[in-house]
Structure formats: C-alpha cells, structure tokens
Design a protein around this ligand. Structure first.
Ligand code: URA
Ligand code: SF4
Length: 189
C-alpha cells in the first residue's frame, strides 16, 4: 500500500502485472478530485479511454457526464472516476478474473487514499467485483449496501443504456437515489 498519490500513479503507469499491458496505449489511472467523497467505478477503458488516458471519455462517458450534471456533480470537481482494470481489454471484452485480481491493488489503494463515503459501481463487472459476486444490475440497481463504512450501490453501465435506451430513465433515477444519499449523509459537495 502506497501512502502517496503520485507514487501510486507512477507505479500504475509503469505496470506490467497482467497481459493487458501489452496492447495498451495508456494506463487509465482515473480522473477527478483525489479528496472526493464520491467515487464512480467502471469496468475498464475502451478505445477512446485507451487513446486519451482518461476514463469515460467516449459515448458512454458523455452519457455519464450528463447523468452527473443532472445531480450537479462534475467529473473534475466533486467525484473521482476509476475503473476495475486500468488497461483496455482487447475488443472491449470483459476483464478476466486474473486481470481483475492483478489490478485490484491499485483500486484498493486509491480507495484507501481517497476514503470516499459513497462508491457507485457502474455496470455489472464493477458491482460483481465490489458488492457481490452474483450481483444482478436489473434487480439490484439503486440499492444501497454499507461495506466497511462505505455506502455502495450499483447502477446500469451507460454503454448498456445506449444499447437499451428504455432503461435510461431508470439509470437517471439511480442518480436521484445517489443525490438523496448525498443529502442524507450531509456531504458538502
Ligand atoms: N467503460 C468503462 O467501464 N470505463 C471506461 O472508462 C469507459 C467505458
Ligand atoms: Fe497492471 Fe492493471 Fe494494466 Fe494489468 S490492467 S497491466 S494489472 S495496470
């Protein structure tokens, strides 16, 4: 565990701990405020994220930014956004269990340094990894669980909403649930 954000970032940027290092253009460490009270955690970089080195910058990211703005949050001001794996899986396949295991230390270290009050798991892979191995987004989205003192919920991945737009209003309503939790905890953001 590193106690220094820049050292952690530098270590991740040079990481070769799993085979995803081979095809990458950038290690996508994360974006946002390192003292944020809210973290959003996705699955892994896609093509645009790999090219630009920042999470959620493609079409999914634009929708995510819209959902954040809907409840007056902003990726650079009051949240921190990261992924379960920091390098792009080829053809955007799901990250494999060994890749997730190899990468989890970085996310754990990020969470330990940020000490968020709330973590939103964006999509199935993040929710299965961080909340419960058999997590079902369609059934459990928007439900809170308290884990190690952190309020956690899962929601639809914006890519899933783009594929299946009839779930979009439900996706937005999860962000209202997030806003309520922010108010309930009295977080000033
Ligand atoms: N999807 C994710 O899960 N993460 C990103 O950073 C981009 C798309
Ligand atoms: Fe290292 Fe994670 Fe990239 Fe694998 S995905 S090489 S563990 S930073």
């Amino acid at each position: 565990m590193l106690d220094n954000w820049d050292a952690l970032r530098e270590t991740a940027l040079g990481c070769t701990a799993c085979k995803l290092c081979r095809g990458r253009q950038h290690v996508v460490f994360g974006v946002g405020c390192p003292t944020a009270q809210i973290m959003l955690i996705g699955e892994g970089p896609g093509q645009h994220e790999d090219e630009q080195g920042e999470p959620f910058v493609g079409r999914s990211g634009q929708l995510m930014d819209k959902m954040l703005r809907y409840i007056d949050l902003d990726r650079s001001r009051n949240v921190y956004i990261a992924n379960i794996v920091k390098c792009r899986p080829p053809q955007n396949r799901d990250p494999e269990p060994e890749e997730i295991a190899a990468c989890m230390g970085y996310l754990r270290n990020q969470v330990a340094l940020i000490r968020p009050r709330i973590i939103v798991c964006v999509g199935r892979i993040a929710a299965m990894t961080l909340i419960q191995p058999d997590y079902k987004v369609t059934r459990q989205h928007g439900e809170w669980v308290l884990k190690n003192g952190v309020w956690m919920m899962g929601t639809f991945h914006p890519a899933a909403l783009l594929r299946n737009p009839r779930n979009t209003p439900t996706g937005f309503s999860d962000f209202l649930v997030l806003r309520e939790k922010i108010a309930e905890l009295g977080l000033s953001i």
